[in-house]
Design a protein around this ligand. Structure first.
Ligand code: UN1
Length: 503
């Protein structure tokens, strides 16, 4: 392990589990082996899930605002360690400095949101048809929540789920990506510090409330198959969702799936082209194209195509690709060799069907010890071939359009339904895009790219994206169970629907 990584981990409170193990972690920035992490056996995983269930039985009894206090303390740890954790995200996941820090900020924001929520978790009072009756809804904790997270948001997506689940009264078990176990160890260590402070402040907290399972498919399956796991919130590929979803359905457990995206933007004739350029550049090239919300398809109106696309190509040519912790870098590396092969394969396929590629070259930062590429812009004559699927890399397919309804139909003509945007100053187009006849995605933006959502809104998408909603708005409901209560405070017993049953 490099000295720098060891110092970072120690500053975050990681004292064990990061050396001498079987899970090899390579930094995508340099290709160097940075850790050998100890894996969790399936037996141990099952024991931790059982313990989490026991913890849930206690935790659910603690009033929600007191549960919120734990999340508040966790937020304080994150604030105090933002720089170190953000840097570790950069080291392990290859994000540029501001994006590594932004990821931790997203965790802090969801802590604040969840603390506020801990004094809400409200149900409805509903008008009843019977005199001297009251009908209401109560929301109760659900049980153990399993969280499966992906390498590209190695810590923020866990926090979205964990913070809500904790205030909702659930226990949590986390299976991070095999590619990013160090950020998970560090985040969990910070969470354990928050637990210690919570205890020191005199609050009771059950052992095993939050567990971490390090490893591959076997521990992931243990989590999905365990009958005490009431909900699995899984972020990753559509293929992963297809494997996980039916297993959960078979045992009637809940699934919250946040899977692939094949996100599009439309640049309409009235668009502010300077603003559109910045919006497209960040959404398509940012995070080296490795966000589920990354912009992958661009429909540009005929009338502005020749004014807009050459400028965009220029940005593709000039954006700085390099080590993510170096000043001025905007594009870090792809996560691994497999991601690079997928990038090359999609570009070859695009060329095979007449796509004209700008960029897309491999960039030599360190003698090809790792996988840096110049983002690719591919002009396509038709919406076909690799355009129809998500390639988790910085490729933007650009197409012309002449009719807004035709462009909306094409934007909807893919399997995924996560995020979408229109750049326009025409109120009719903007409203059409957000209407029932518009974008079919979970996120539909105007004059903002499809990526970089705030935590306050519900996050997720339709169709092959899996239908789940995480983070803000009323997403918390997925982590609780609803009871409908009808109370008769009278002395007669009127039956609903006018039924008579006199005995
Ligand atoms: C993801 O890539 O899995 O909207 C999540 C965004 C981020 C979250 C992305 N807030 O791009």
């Amino acid at each position: 392990m490099s000295a720098g990584t060891r110092i970072l981990l120690e500053s975050l409170g990681v004292t064990s589990g990061h050396t001498g193990g079987t899970l090899k972690v390579h930094s995508p920035n340099t290709g160097e082996l940075i850790a050998e992490v100890v894996e969790t056996s399936v037996t141990e995983a099952n024991a931790r899930i059982d313990a989490a269930h026991q913890a849930y039985l206690q935790w659910r009894l603690i009033p929600a605002p007191k549960r919120g206090e734990l999340v508040r303390l966790f937020g304080e740890e994150l604030r105090a360690h933002k720089d170190a954790l953000g840097k570790l995200v950069s080291v392990e996941a290859g994000k540029i400095t501001s994006e590594g820090l932004g990821e931790v900020q997203e965790m802090i924001d969801i802590c604040d949101f969840a603390v506020g929520l801990s004094r809400q978790l409200y149900g409805l009072t509903i008008a009843t048809e019977r005199a001297e009756h009251r009908m209401m809804e109560t929301w109760h904790p659900l049980g153990v929540v399993g969280i499966i997270s992906a390498f590209n948001f190695p810590v923020a997506v866990w926090a979205w789920n964990a913070c809500l689940a904790l205030v909702c009264g659930d226990a949590i078990v986390w299976k991070p990506s095999e590619k990013t176990p160090l950020t998970a160890l560090a985040t969990h260590a910070l969470f354990e510090r928050a637990i210690a402070k919570y205890k020191a402040a005199g609050y009771a907290i059950p052992e095993g409330l939050s567990a971490l399972l390090i490893g591959g498919k076997a521990v992931g399956e243990a989590l999905v198959d365990h009958d005490k796991v009431a909900l699995v919130s899984a972020t990753g590929s559509t293929a992963m969702g297809r494997a996980v979803g039916p297993k959960l359905a078979a045992r009637f457990a809940r699934a919250l799936l946040e899977l692939g995206g094949n996100n599009a933007a439309i640049i309409a004739p009235s668009a502010d082209l300077d603003l559109s350029l910045r919006g497209v550049a960040f959404a398509a090239m940012g995070t080296a194209g490795q966000r589920c919300t990354t912009l992958r398809r661009l429909f540009v109106h005929d009338s502005i195509y020749d004014a807009f696309v050459p400028r965009l190509k220029q940005a593709y040519g000039s954006v700085k690709v390099g080590h993510p912790l170096e000043d001025g870098t905007l594009i870090g590396p792809l996560i691994d060799a497999q991601a690079f092969q997928n990038f090359e394969k999609a570009l070859d396929e695009a060329r095979g069907v007449g796509g004209k590629v700008t960029g897309g070259e491999r960039v030599d930062i360190n003698g090809h010890q790792s996988h840096y590429v110049r983002p690719a812009l591919v002009e396509m004559d038709a919406h076909m071939g690799p355009v129809l699927r998500e390639t988790f890399a910085p490729i933007l397919y650009v197409m012309r359009y002449s009719d807004i309804r035709g462009a909306i139909d094409l934007q909807n003509a893919v399997g995924a339904g996560l995020s979408s945007s229109i750049f326009t100053n025409d109120v009719r187009e903007a409203e059409l895009f957000m209407s029932v006849a518009g974008s079919d995605c979970g996120i539909a933006n105007v004059n903002i790219g499809p990526s970089g959502a705030e935590i306050g809104g519900a996050f997720g998408g339709e169709k092959e994206t899996g239908g789940g909603r995480e983070s803000g708005s009323d997403s918390w409901r997925a982590y609780m169970r609803r009871a409908t209560n009808t109370i008769n405070y009278g002395t007669t017993l009127p039956l609903a629907q006018g039924v008579k049953f006199d005995v």
